[in-house]
Design a protein around this ligand. Structure first.
Ligand code: PLP
Length: 413
């Protein structure tokens, strides 16, 4: 008889993370047949054409030049004050909506999601997100004794499915006092979709009307992990102005991450921001977030916080960092464009891609297709009803080649 020591709520299947498992297979194949023969489109990190990690040199140099004590010392629990200000600038740029903003430092974007799930949901409540979503949303809700439900992101014409969104909000607000809605846009993972300003208007008009009618609490979480790869400032942030003057019972939370924007994945830094028309609600956010940080990870990575503060207090450094990121963004756009163009040419169906690290191909039997693709040394992430391809991780030539492999494998399986 096997003994189990963990408490019942922590009994988990012994399995590798799906992304890291697929990456492991790709690395094993590279050892056997050589990296040039392998297309490793599994990880959500920007890679050079040769498969090595892209790292922003302007960022790394600034980080390594920090005084030792700025890296080694503790940061305040809620983050360094100049980091909090820098995070606010990084999030909104010129599109800061009027209202009360606060920021709490978190270990990457993941930490912000955790705090929202814990502090803005009651035990057993359900969070709403799109049916195509980043898997850790489910992990985080489950870990904290909450549930996850989804609306359909796209309708049959592959347009944003507002009726499905409304239907699910109606259903969940019929059952609970507050609703946390997780919106990953712009440059959604896994489809690369971004809501337009018009679609945001429709979402907000509906939420305002709904809140006025039901007098319940709505927490709109904007997960902007990929925002700096989603076009220019206006394209990526213009919609945020619409968050101005929302009623007190609609609170906006923004999950900011330095992981992609500063190639800082492993330094674990980000921030959770709130925007509220009420100062009291903003202060309440700060108190809850700071308490939660103390309980979960105490303080964040000081060196990473200092780096952001430094970049945003030095115009010429900011310009340099932005220019370097722009060159990465161009590379990503070229690769994704090649994939989309090739998909159109061979008739491979994909979801509407606007920007970002991933493209999704709808697929009935993704695991089988992924196994078939592995025979051609192409590794990607099989999802429930699709395949996630990551142009962030492979060269333009391999992006083009992948489309043909995927089409062939789907026709065969
Ligand atoms: N949100 C989405 C949709 C993501 O894909 C990621 C990273 O892959 C994150 C948030 C946050 O990542 P991190 O905690 O590494 O900053």
């Amino acid at each position: 008889m096997s003994t189990t020591m963990v408490a019942p709520h922590s009994k988990r299947p012994i399995a590798d993370d799906k992304v890291f498992a697929a990456n492991k297979k790709a690395q094993e194949a590279a050892k056997k047949v050589g990296a040039e023969q392998v297309i490793n489109s599994t990880l959500g990190a920007l890679m050079e054409d040769d498969g090595s990690l892209s790292v922003m040199q302007s960022v790394m140099k600034t980080f390594k030049d920090l005084p030792d004590a700025e890296i080694a010392a503790y940061a305040p629990i809620a983050g360094l004050p100049d980091f909090q200000q820098a995070a606010e600038k990084a999030v909104f740029d010129e599109y800061r909506p009027a209202g009360h903003v606060r920021a709490v430092a978190t270990p990457g974007g993941s930490g912000g999601i955790r705090h929202a799930v814990w502090n803005y949901m009651e035990a057993g409540d359900t969070m709403l997100t799109a049916d195509w979503y980043w898997a850790p949303y489910k992990t985080i809700t489950e870990e904290h004794g909450r549930k996850l439900d989804t609306f359909q992101l796209f309708d049959e014409n592959k347009a944003f499915n507002l009726p499905s969104f409304k239907e699910k909000v109606e259903e969940l607000l019929g059952k609970q006092e507050r609703l946390l809605i997780m919106m990953n846009t712009p440059a959604h993972n896994p489809t690369g979709y971004s809501l337009t300003e018009e679609e945001w208007k429709e979402v907000l008009d509906y939420l305002k009307e709904k809140q006025a009618k039901d007098q319940k609490k709505i927490i709109l979480y904007l997960d902007i992990a990929y925002i700096d790869f989603a076009g220019d400032m206006k394209t990526s942030r213009g919609f945020m102005k619409q968050f101005e003057n929302l009623p007190e019972s609609i609170l906006v939370l923004v999950g900011y991450s330095m992981s992609k924007a500063f190639t800082f994945y492993g330094l674990r830094c980000g921030a959770l921001l709130c925007l509220s028309s009420s100062e009291e609600i903003a202060d309440e956010f700060m108190a809850a977030g700071t308490f939660s940080s103390r309980a979960c990870w105490s303080n964040g990575t000081r060196g990473a916080q200092k780096l952001l503060a430094k970049v945003y207090s030095d115009e010429s450094l900011l310009k340099k960092v932005n220019e370097e990121r722009d060159s990465f963004k161009k590379l990503l756009e070229t690769r994704a464009h090649a994939f989309v163009e090739e998909a159109e040419m061979v008739g491979l169906e994909i979801f509407p891609y606007r920007a970002g690290f991933f493209i999704t191909i709808p697929c009935e039997n993704p695991d089988k297709v992924a196994d078939e693709l592995a025979k051609n040394h192409l590794f990607l992430l099989p999802l429930g009803r699709g395949l996630r391809f990551a142009p962030c991780a492979v060269s333009e030539a391999k992006c083009r080649k992948s489309v043909r492999f995927i089409k062939e494998a789907m026709d065969k399986v």
